[in-house]
Design a protein around this ligand. Structure first.
Ligand code: UT7
Length: 334
């Protein structure tokens, strides 16, 4: 007979974030795409975003976010047995960004892997980390979302250049004496796989079929917008039901930061009461894909320290199209 390990309940012990120093206002972007500061603010909520320096890498940003999360949790890197890194912009197919990260952080023996679930990647990672701890596979897990989207952005593309940005966010997830992370609701709508693409492929770059075009993001904005408002509010309600949490028991709503109008529509569709604090980090961070939920969580807790320990609904969604969400207890005050 196989002996089965069993773990404990899980919870988020801390969150850390890193944003590059360079603040990029709308005014720096608009001329190349015949747009305006007013249009970008009204349609997306974005006022400024951060761009990484040319020599600043995905690993540099992930390291900074992880060091902050580890220090806030009071957990040394030696205790971390598993690292899950979500990204779509690490410019190497293999070895993974996660193994480069554990080397930097000084624990090259931890289990480490990357996941490719675009803007849902962080919430996919939180779900896996929680289940690893609950099953006894892992004890302390670092979940990192990091992107250097500016490496894969066409600054002349009117449909994407004003949206995407760079950054990293990380959480330490560990054992708990009570359930701190609800069941993950996740899935795909792969019929809309074309709605967000990063192309041409590396093969087409190699064999010349790309015509000298570097791989970059493109998206059918309206298709994604409609899908997000219609389907993601339903997914959010499913995550609440799965955790047996009513909307009026929530303290915060921390969705993927894609568009402030999507965020507001989702909150309306889910009938979240006024008292639920809604993360709108998009205003100063733009859309940082896998990094957006943990960065928004870190910013929300800075602005509202009273939310430490409160209940939050997380939901990430993006290219695939894929999504994941769960109710979590926000980390305690460091
Ligand atoms: O992170 C992954 C998930 N991604 C998302 O959730 C993104 C979801 N989509 C969106 O956030 C929005 O669709 C966008 C912000 C990308 C675009 O906003 P929109 O309200 O859907 O714009 P639209 O494409 O419907 O275009 C509306 C108008 C058009 O003009 P007319 O035909 O009404 O005269 C466009 O030509 O806005 C015009 N337009 C622009 N104007 C200034 C489109 N892009 C721009 C632009 N600047 N960059």
């Amino acid at each position: 007979m196989i002996h089965v390990r069993t773990g404990t309940d899980s919870q988020i012990l801390s969150v850390g974030g890193y944003q590059p120093a360079r603040v990029v206002p709308n005014s720096e972007i608009v001329d190349r795409i015949d747009s305006s500061d007013e249009w970008i603010r009204q349609r997306t909520g974005i006022e400024t975003r951060r761009y990484a320096a040319p020599d600043e890498s995905v690993i540099d940003m992930a390291e900074a976010a992880c060091r902050q999360a580890l220090s806030r949790a009071g957990i040394s890197m030696e205790k971390i047995d598993t690292v899950i890194l979500a990204t779509i912009t690490y410019p190497y197919q293999t070895p993974s960004a996660a193994t480069a990260l554990i080397l930097r952080l000084g624990n090259p023996k931890a289990a480490a892997f990357d996941i490719s679930a675009a803007c849902a990647g962080f919430c996919y990672g939180v779900g896996m980390a929680s289940d690893f701890i609950r099953s006894g596979t892992s004890k302390y897990v670092l979940v990192v979302g990091v992107e250097k989207l500016t490496d894969f952005l066409d600054l002349d593309d009117r449909a994407t250049s004003f949206i995407f940005a760079d950054g990293a966010g990380a959480v330490v997830i560990g054992p708990s004496d009570h359930p701190g992370i609800g069941p993950t609701i996740w899935g795909s709508d792969a019929d809309s796989r074309d709605a967000i693409l990063l192309e041409p492929s590396w093969n087409d770059v190699k064999n010349g079929a790309a015509g000298g075009v570097w791989p970059h993001l493109s998206q059918q904005g309206q298709t994604v917008f409609r899908w997000a408002v219609f389907s993601m509010s339903k997914a959010g309600l499913r995550a609440l039901a799965a955790a047996h949490v009513r909307p009026d028991q929530l303290d915060a709503f921390i969705p993927h930061q894609a568009n402030s109008r999507i965020i507001e529509s989702m909150a309306r569709e889910m009938k979240l009461p006024e008292k639920v604090v809604i993360a709108q980090d998009i205003r100063t961070s733009g859309n940082t894909s896998a990094a957006s939920v943990p960065l928004a969580m870190a910013a929300l807790l800075e602005e509202h320290p009273e939310l430490h320990g409160g209940l939050a609904l997380l939901i990430g969604y993006g290219a695939g199209l894929v999504y994941a969400g769960q109710v979590v207890q926000l980390p305690p005050k460091p």
